[in-house]
Design a protein around this ligand. Structure first.
Ligand code: XMP
Length: 318
């Protein structure tokens, strides 16, 4: 019988056997899958697991520093690499969604490859791949899988991709991954995190990306997600986020006319991301959240709620 506990015991034994004293590198994303994979490997090989957590500057507000501290608190051998400026530079002037994804994937590979070279004698690349990632062509669960593929076609393989691959979660579904994490006493909030795309806020800022737009969207998103938690709605939503629209609209503040940004809020119910329904959030929640965003976030004067389901709309706008 499959139980999370027996899975942990068996996997740890197998990983010990397979990896011996080898060094392993793993990219942490802040998401559930890479975090649980790291914890399993940590149990098996301890300090021989080298984790790299890259800040692409497109994460949620304060996420990089908070999650990095959390990883350290879990005892992981983790290095945080703040490469925000490199990503923002590479994105400057790009508006096309696929070009943005490619730029982000390309820089991620460069940064990760540089960091992997810093670890002497590394033999394995560990990944938090789960079963649905293998059967779907596009990862719904984070990671640069898509963009790595397009990069292949351009240059040769980066060195870290020539490493042997170890994927301890590749037979599991998301809910099983969460249960495995829980049986290792991992933090509930970390295990319950919504999926978040690898390219992060870059595909929620429609059009070109600037540091100021990232700041605005991080503030808006923090109000929205914070309120979902406050109202106990977070766990009943599969995924939620805010989108910065490439339009300004007219508003009034006091006697003044304003001409500022418009943001869309999106919250969906889903089981696998392949189909999704918009969530019927309480009107009072939407009302309070909209007021709070407009009052607190400088540069935004209008909030709309996305009531489109997938298909035909997608979860992300880009
Ligand atoms: P869509 O927008 O296609 O999204 O309905 C389905 C799920 O996939 C996520 N998503 C991505 N994840 N890289 C990722 O790692 C991407 O480029 C990407 N695009 C969409 C999206 O957040 C949702 O969970």
């Amino acid at each position: 019988d499959w139980t999370p506990k027996s899975f942990v015991e068996e996997s740890v034994a197998e990983l010990k056997e397979k990896l011996g004293n080898d060094r392993v590198v793993l990219g942490l994303s802040g998401g559930v899958d890479s975090s649980v994979a790291a914890m399993l490997l940590h149990k098996a090989i301890g300090e021989n697991l080298y984790c790299i957590f890259v800040n692409n500057g497109l994460l949620r507000k304060n996420e990089f520093s908070e999650v990095l501290e959390q990883y350290k608190g879990m005892g992981l051998n983790v290095k945080g690499v703040d490469a925000s400026a490199r990503f923002l530079d590479a994105l400057a002037g790009l508006s096309d969604p696929e070009e943005k994804r490619k730029a982000i994937g390309g820089i991620f590979i460069e940064v990760f490859d540089d960091e992997a070279h810093e670890i002497s004698d590394v033999k394995w690349l560990a990944q938090g791949t789960i079963y649905p990632d293998i059967i779907e062509s596009v990862s719904a669960t984070g990671g640069p899988s898509v963009t790595i593929k397009s990069h292949h076609n351009v240059g040769g393989l980066p060195d870290f991709m020539k490493l042997k691959i170890v994927e301890p979660l590749k037979a599991l579904f998301k809910d099983e991954v969460r249960r495995v994490g829980a049986s290792m006493d991992m933090d509930k909030e970390l295990l319950g995190r919504h999926p978040f795309p690898g390219p992060g806020l870059a595909i929620r800022i429609l059009g070109d990306i600037t540091a100021e737009k990232v700041r605005i969207l991080q503030e808006v998103d923090a109000v929205f997600i914070g309120n979902l938690r406050k109202w106990n709605l977070y766990d009943s939503v599969w995924q939620a986020g805010a989108i910065l629209l490439p339009v300004n609209s007219v508003g009034v503040m006091g006697d003044e006319r304003t001409y500022e940004k418009c943001v869309a809020l999106r919250a969906v119910e889903s089981t696998d991301g392949m189909t999704a329904d918009w969530v019927n959030l309480p009107y009072e929640f939407l009302q309070k959240t909209s007021n709070e965003i407009i009052n607190k976030v400088k540069g935004v004067n209008r909030v709309v709620y996305d009531i489109s389901s997938k298909p035909p709309a997608t979860i992300e706008w880009e």
